[in-house]
Design a protein around this ligand. Sequence first.
Ligand code: G16
Length: 552
Amino acid sequence: MKNITTKEVTTQAFDDQKPGTSGLRKKVTQFQQVGYLENFVQAVFNTIAPCAGKSLVLGGDGRFYNREAIQVIIRMAIANGFSHILVGKGGILSTPAASCVIRKHQTCGGIILSASHNPGGPDEDFGIKFNGENGGPAPEKLTDEIFQQTLSITHYQTIDAEDVELDQLGTLQIAQTQIEIIDPVIDYADLMESMFDFDAMKSLFKQGDFQLCFDAMHAVNGPYAKEILERRLGAPAGTVINGVPLTDFGGGHPDPNLVHAHELVNLLHGEDALDFGAASDGDGDRNMVLGKNFYINPCDSLAILTANADCIPAYSKGISGVARSMPTSRAVDRVATAMNIPCYETPTGWKFFGNLLDAGKITLCGEESFGTGSDHVREKDGLWAVLFWLNLIAVKKQPVSNIVRNHWAKYGRDYFTRHDYEAVDSGDAQEMIRQLKEKIPSLPGQIFSGSQSAGLTIESADDFQYIDPVDNSKTTEQGVRVYLNNGGRIVFRLSGTGTQGATLRVYLDCYQNNPDLFEQDTQEALSELIQVADTLAGIKRFTGREKPDVIT
Ligand code: G16
């Protein structure tokens, strides 16, 4: 055992460390400022103090600055008195795996290093967040306290010590702290194997006529997908593409959507298209699933998984309820009504599902932003969603497109799209939202007369607020909602995860129960609403853009 003296280092507070939708996300260069990372970590430790005797999980998505940050945090955790630190080998832990390890090893929480789907590299993004003992993102109350701590911090604690070897499994004792380098995959893979029907899924691959591709986008899920899909389920070697985590994600944008996962999208299109494709993001919590020449919208995915939960061993005894973030389409609400289970509408951010999951009020939850999950961990979980779909395909013995079309035939179809305007001037974006909020009281009854939207009328509008049914905490100003008389809805909000200017998100959805209209192009089906959204908010005027940067 090495004896070490703790150092108290004087530091200057920063005023820009308020956690956003999911932790603190900034450019790497901001994190590299003297004391920047240390201040935030000490603020976390001060908030959860006393740290003495507690265990902490530590890992990240492998992006640029991950390893350096892990060494800094290990030294600080030792100085702050933690007795046990579990670190993913190579500094790697996907977000859902970190949640799994926190829960399994009953630690007081964990620090996850990731900027999720944002690009990585010296000039790109980095991020850090604290998850509590339930394995879930710190709730608002805790992130507010952490922010307050960052504003008044004057010192942080650390030690002088050499870097810890991150690439060898094993334990090392420094002062009172045991540092354990753990296999980042095994706990998570075991959990997945306990939940799904692996035998049924194996048979898909044994027959040899089912073709799957999983695009790990050179992000954290490569090793997890290889272990689960190729080793445990017997999918052929090469099923997982871009499977080696790279610090810059191979120069790509690790965001599993139709724009950024184009390699996968190409494999799922055309005459020789594969049967099933999936991708996950930088830290492995998001998922996109595709059938042969068929895109599954994440809102539909949540609804379909809910409707078919009884096909999965882990949920065969029934589910208690579901939740979706407010901007997510209302497809899952229809399923919940039919199943006679509650459906909760929460603000954007996985942290808002935590209380509902802990209280057993919900079993499944999801978001339009390619996030789906359940009570098995307290994070959204990309590979879990892929396994859920594979399990469904194996049980139903139907192509993905049939599963989705049968769902629409039973419940109707909720067309959904999100239009993102990225890196917009923050002042202009905020002014747009301010003016929109000002108009809310006068909106109901407004009739539109544009070429495509003639006769559309606003039924109601509000600024979404949420009262948590478990602890009664209130969260306000979560996006402007506008409901129209054709069953349509438009939501306007500013993203809480961007690192440059503001990102305006416009969410549009509309219910359709005429089967003759189930095969429309989504943008066409929602064209009236798209026009109304611009008329209402002056999107083109405020952003100076003729069209969105990303459409999902
Ligand atoms: C995070 C949150 C999600 C949220 C998403 C987008 O995901 O955990 O709950 O839906 O950001 O948030 P925003 O619209 O504010 O940018 P991730 O995958 O980025 O951690």
